[in-house]
Design a protein. Structure first.
Length: 68
């Protein structure tokens, strides 16, 4: 997750530094990639949270099974 977040931050920084040198097509393409990276990062974080919840649920069920 940190790698993806760092990549997104680097791309944003590079875009802002080079903004004046990009033509409209390059600017649009870069904005689209940044937006897509951000959406992927959000979805990844949501899936990671869901995965953590399922792991905890699985752990509790295994403990209950051992007791019962």
């Amino acid at each position: 997750m940190e790698t993806l977040k760092g990549l997104c931050e680097e791309m944003t920084k590079a875009f802002m530094e080079a903004e004046e040198q990009l033509n409209n097509e390059q600017r649009s393409s870069t904005c689209f990639r940044l937006m897509l990276s951000s959406e992927v990062q959000e979805e990844f974080e949501q899936l990671q949270q869901k995965n953590d919840k399922l792991k905890n649920q699985n752990k509790r069920l295994k403990e209950q099974k051992k007791r019962g």
